[in-house]
Design a protein around this ligand. Sequence first.
Ligand SMILES: Cc1cc2nc3c(=O)[nH]c(=O)nc-3n(C[C@H](O)[C@H](O)[C@H](O)COP(=O)(O)OP(=O)(O)OC[C@H]3O[C@@H](n4cnc5c(N)ncnc54)[C@H](O)[C@@H]3O)c2cc1C
Length: 394
Amino acid sequence: MDFDYTPQEEAFRQQLRSWLAANPPEGYDPDTFEQLDEDARFDIQLQWQKQLYKAGWVGIHWPKEYGGRGATVIEQMIYQQEMARVRAPGLANFGGISLAGPTLMHWGTEEQKQRYIPKILSAEEIWCQGYSEPGAGSDVASLQTRAVEEGDYFVVNGQKVWTSYAHKADYCILLTRTDSHAPKHKGISYLLVDMRTPGITVRPLQQLTGDADFNEVFFEDVRVPKANLVGEKNQGWQVAVTTLMFERANFGITHQIEAYIRRLAEVAGRVQIDSHLATEDSVVRQKLAQFYIEAQAIKYNGLRQLTKQLRGGPPGPEGSIGKLAASELNLRVVHFATELLGPYSQLALGEERGIDEGYWSRRALSTRLFTIAAGTSEVMRNIIGDRVLELPKG
Ligand SMILES: Cc1cc2nc3c(=O)[nH]c(=O)nc-3n(C[C@H](O)[C@H](O)[C@H](O)COP(=O)(O)OP(=O)(O)OC[C@H]3O[C@@H](n4cnc5c(N)ncnc54)[C@H](O)[C@@H]3O)c2cc1C
């Protein structure tokens, strides 16, 4: 194998690096970002996405016809490395870029693609995902939200829950039941819903961290044009699974986890264990190295997923491997930080004596979400056993 970058790849890195140096995210300081309230964090991410978009740095692996750059896997890897190097913030429109956009590219009509995709990249329209319901989370196909045909519309009634960023969103990818007599996977339709349609009520839910960035969403006689159906009526499950595959595959290529490990290594270089620096302790060093190795394995596995996408297919159930590995590693990193910092790890954000102003206590509270959102670790293990390894069922 040739591990050297080609001159074109080096030029790509230089181009991005120079751009990042000249255009740092406005109003953003990676050391204090987590201390901001959720609205301020969202605004920074929104502004950052707009900045990137204007320069053509959003959705770089998307085809050029949809506003991407058609970037290669290596370019995508370089992109992640450079974003990690400057500890760039995430993008505001996760639901659009990672879920709705790629799904529309696979399943949308030409009109839907032309109408929605450009505004996803530019963050002019923010998207959320209306899958989970109070009685349908892991088993999302049990959903009860109904859509009944009436002329040129579907009329939607029901409730969703845990809908991230519904309170910020302009559009929702919504799963509804359109045939209650069919087997549960065969009576579902996938709709694109304007969140400003009359009859939609969004109620934020507060989380452990104090933030409220997911919501309950109620639908009461909400009229959705039939032109907003993605795929065939009653065949929305296949479309829904495509979205989930993109969502899970995305977890395995995120650059954030590497940044967390670097930050932990950096803090280990400042705190003491038995009168010496933690980084002089062989167990700590071993642990940090192991985390880093695992993060690299997840990253390269994620790039393998990306190769599959660049060849035109959705990521496939293997995306669950990266999702499981990344979210569990993330949790172990934070648990280790808690052990390393001892009682100081519990001092809340903004506390004077908190290490890194309480950054680690916030991470301890927030990191568990990654093993639940987009499908729990148990469900990921089921998918890997069933659909990747094809193990016999007991
Ligand atoms: C931060 C966050 C953001 C989210 N954002 C969204 C969003 O934007 N849109 C959206 O639609 N949903 C969202 N969700 C919901 C998420 O998809 C669900 O929470 C998740 O799928 C689990 O469903 P549940 O909470 O109903 O738990 P349940 O399905 O009730 O599961 C409870 C427990 O049982 C286990 N379990 C369930 N079934 C099995 C099985 N077959 N085998 C083994 N164990 C099993 C689970 O692993 C879990 O431990 C979000 C969740 C979180 C935490």
